[in-house]
Structures are given as structure tokens and as C-alpha cells.
Design a binder for this molecule. Structure first.
Ligand code: MG
Length: 464
């Protein structure tokens, strides 16, 4: 069939018509939750041991300026799967910030996920781990199986959202966690298989399911979205890892995550598909500094953490691995999780939707051929408000606020930082470079003109 006809057919009936070809790579996205820019050995952590991720980075492209499109879980995950700023899908809110266990909203059916787009290209699609894009027990339309995934195993939301009666105050930040303090409802598809899953076993159980998904689907192109529950607090590690790191329970949990990454690579190799699989590792937002030194992570040289539009909240580890296709490199170009959608769809032989604004850039030329990428402005939203923007090396802040606890400060004259010279955002230099403030502001106005406000999905909750 000619490409034009194929394209036309896939537009007319995108979900029914499949165009799988042997050249399509398998795709695995591994997402950590609240893992900071500075928490891995390959990103400079002095004592946490992450040999599998370090090896992945050494063999692949390790990005030093990789971003998520939001500073907390729900909006960040929405943007990963849709390739769009969360403001466009209503998956952001200034006050609520993330979906709660009582929320009835979720990712709208009108959004196209990476899973749906890859399924239309003939991919088997699986999701393991934390969803946080809608609680399907409140509204079944928000289940991953309704958003393009054929297979699902995991929790509907964060592991701290369903405390047991008698849960101690501020239990999330405690190092002496007791599994009995939390209900973690574990589902396989729509079936609740464990209403109070033992969180010390979650990473292992997720990993086994991910391995099974790979083995079962190795004959087709497959897409696995593997979204870990940790190191979001409360922190739990299995006996094999608990007490083994020299960075306390936080290190134990990250080292178990790293073990899990190693198991995925082992399975890809054993099943003979490693040479045709792109693996991406990243985190949904920066470290939860509010949790303190014992259970919060590290943003390394970056300022602030989760919840903030300072760099530490939104710049995260970003590693791309595909042997023989991606050369070992430290990649210094700016990239983001918004870029995953256009990049992955291109690799699968499909096209990015044309009927809506998409916010990412296709990274395939950069990853496979070292070609330059053309990127316009990158916007840092907190909830529904645009707080900051980056163009080239220059970042302006229109509003600043620490991740938690502080009131926002609006800057009539935007603050300016040169992120290549000053990644820690210590030196405000707008007075010396007004022309760069003006350039970034003009780019922001161009972006704003593309945004149509929609009602937030994070407001509505189940009736009492
Ligand atoms: Mg998170």
C-alpha cells in the first residue's frame, strides 16, 4: 500500500487500522516519582549507588538540561502522555495542584495519549505503576485502559493518598514507615487485586509485571509506560534493599529502583529485543524537599525542588538508550518530556496530531544523527499560571515561589538568569541584559496566544 493511502486510512480510522512494520522500535518509558536531578550516581550523587542507570547513561544520551512540563505529579504526567502543556487539557489547578483520591475529573477523552497514537501504529501498549491521571473508581472513564493501554497493573494515584485510620500525623515524611498506615489499592485492569498492597513489595511486583509484558509482547512492537511509585513518600524498600544504602531509606528506595531498571534491561536482552528498543528514563518532577533530609531527595546544583518553578522543581534526569542508534553522549541541548510524543510517534512511523497545538519537538534527528533542534520558548507553569520561561540560555521569572509554604511574588520587572552560566539561579542579571528579557517576553506572548483556557479537571470531587 502506498504511504499516502496508508496515512489517509490511519487518519480515517486511527484506532482500528494498524500499520505495524518490522522497523518500528519497541519503546519503554521508565518514570520515577519525585526523583531529583541530583539523586543518581550519573548525575553526581556522592553516595547513592545506581550502577544500572549509570551504565544506561554511559551507553546512551544523558541530558543535562531535561525538563518536565509541571512541578508536581498530575500535570506532569498529563503532559508526558499528551505532549501538551497541562493547561491545554485542564490537568492543572492553582489550588489543588494534583488529582486527589476523591477527584472525579481526569485526563479528558478528547486528549490523544502516546499509547493511543502508538496503538494506531500497531503497537502493543502496557502501563505499569502509578497513574494519577484520574481515579477510575470514581469515574471509570479515567482508567488507563480507556486511554490507549491494552494492559494495566498499578495504583490509581500517589501512595500517600489513602491513609489508614490511625495514620500518624505527618506520617509521609517518617523514616520508620509502617505498611499498616497506608492503603495502596493495587489493580490489574479494573480488578482490585489488593486493597492494601504491601508497599515494601511494590517495586518488585511492578518490575515482574513489566518483565512479563515485555516477554509476552516481544513479537510485536510494544510500548511500555512504567511509572514507579517511588521515591515519592512514604518510602518503602524490600528486605533486600532496606538498610543497605548509606543514604538511609531514601537511598535504599533509589537503589531498589536502579535494580528494577537493571531487571528491565536483563529482560530486553534475554528476550532478544534490546537492539530494537528505545528506553527512556526520567522523573515526573523534582525532589520533595519539604520531606527533609531523611525522606526528601536532592536537586543537586539546582535551586528548590518539587512544587517550584525554580530549576530544581522541573529539571530532572533524562536518559535515552538505544544501542547502535544512540551514541554514548552527554547531551547539553534543552529537551523535555513534551518532546516524547512527537519523537516516539515519528519512530513508530506515525504523525503528530495536526488538529491541536502540540508543544514538543521531535528529538529523533538530535538523538540519532546529532542534528540541531529548533526549539522556541519553554514555559514553566505552576498550576494554571505561567511563572517562568526559558529561551536559549536565558530564563525569566514573572512570578517566584518556593515549592511549598511561601506566598507567590509577582515581578513587575521579570527576573533574568543565564542558566548556562548560573544553573543554580544565584545571580539575577536583568538590569544588565534588558534585551534578553524582552526577547523571552515576546516568545511568552507568542505562546500565550496559542492557549485557550479550559475548565480544570482537578476541581470536582465525589458527592458526600
Ligand atoms: Mg511526583
Amino acid at each position: 500500500m502506498r504511504p499516502l493511502l496508508l496515512g489517509l486510512l490511519s487518519i480515517l480510522c486511527p484506532l482500528a487500522f494498524t500499520v505495524a512494520t518490522a522497523a518500528q522500535p519497541n519503546i519503554v518509558i521508565i518514570l520515577a516519582d519525585d526523583l531529583g536531578y541530583g539523586d543518581l550516581g550519573c548525575y553526581g550523587h556522592p553516595i547513592i549507588r545506581t550502577p544500572n542507570l549509570d551504565k544506561m547513561a554511559a551507553e546512551g544520551a544523558r541530558f543535562t538540561q531535561f525538563y518536565v512540563a509541571a512541578e508536581v505529579c498530575t500535570p506532569s504526567r498529563a503532559s508526558i502522555l499528551t505532549g501538551r502543556y497541562p493547561i491545554r487539557s485542564g490537568m492543572a489547578h492553582n489550588q489543588f495542584r494534583v488529582l486527589r483520591s476523591i477527584s472525579t475529573g481526569g485526563l479528558p477523552a478528547s486528549e490523544i495519549t502516546i499509547a493511543q497514537a502508538l496503538k494506531a501504529q500497531g503497537y502493543a501498549t502496557g502501563m505499569v505503576g502509578k497513574w494519577h491521571l484520574g481515579v477510575w473508581t470514581n469515574n471509570p472513564e479515567h482508567h488507563p485502559l480507556k486511554h490507549g493501554f491494552d494492559f494495566h497493573f498499578g495504583l490509581p494515584h500517589s501512595n500517600d493518598m489513602n491513609p489508614s485510620p490511625g495514620n500518624p500525623v505527618k506520617a509521609g515524611s517518617r523514616v520508620d514507615q509502617d505498611a499498616a498506615w497506608w492503603n495502596a489499592p493495587l489493580f490489574r485492569g479494573y480488578e482490585l487485586i489488593d486493597p492494601k498492597a504491601d508497599q515494601t513489595q511494590l517495586t518488585r511486583r511492578y518490575t515482574e509485571e513489566a518483565q512479563k509484558f515485555i516477554s509476552t509482547n516481544k513479537a510485536k512492537p510494544f510500548f511500555l509506560y512504567f511509572a514507579h511509585t517511588f521515591p515519592h513518600t512514604p518510602l518503602f524498600a524490600s528486605d533486600r534493599f532496606k538498610g543497605k544504602s548509606t543514604r538511609g531509606i531514601y537511598g535504599d528506595v533509589v537503589e531498589e529502583l536502579d535494580w528494577s531498571v537493571g531487571e528491565i534491561f536483563k529482560t530486553l536482552k534475554e528476550q532478544g529485543v534490546a537492539d530494537n528498543t528505545l528506553v527512556v528514563f526520567t522523573s515526573d518532577n523534582g525532589p520533595w524537599l519539604l520531606m527533609g533530609t531523611e525522606t526528601g531527595g536532592s536537586a543537586g546544583l539546582l535551586r528548590d525542588g518539587k512544587g517550584s518553578t525554580w530549576e530544581g522543581g522541573m529539571r530532572v534526569p533524562g536518559i535515552f538508550w538505544m544501542p547502535g542508534k544512540i551514541k554514548p553522549t552527554v547531551e547539553r541541548n534543552v529537551a523535555s518530556t513534551l518532546d516524547l510524543f512527537p519523537t516516539l510517534i515519528r519512530l513508530a512511523g506515525g504523525e503528530t496530531p495536526k488538529d491541536r497545538p502540540m508543544d514538543g519537538v521531535d528529538l529523533s534527528g538530535l538523538l540519532f544523527k546529532g542534528e540541531p533542534i529548533e526549539r522556541e520558548v519553554f514555559c514553566y507553569y505552576r498550576g494554571e499560571q505561567l511563572y517562568a520561561a526559558r529561551l536559549g540560555a536565558w530564563k525569566i521569572h514573572l512570578i517566584t515561589q518556593a515549592g511549598y509554604g511561601e506566598k507567590p511574588v509577582t515581578h513587575e520587572k521579570p527576573l533574568l538568569y543565564n542558566l548556562e552560566v548560573d544553573p543554580s539561579e544565584n545571580h539575577e542579571i536583568s538590569a544588565a541584559h534588558p534585551e534578553n528579557v524582552a526577547r523571552v517576553l515576546a516568545a511568552v506572548e507568542k505562546h500565550r496566544a496559542t492557549v485557550t483556557p479550559v475548565r480544570s479537571q482537578l476541581i470536582d470531587v465525589v458527592a458526600k
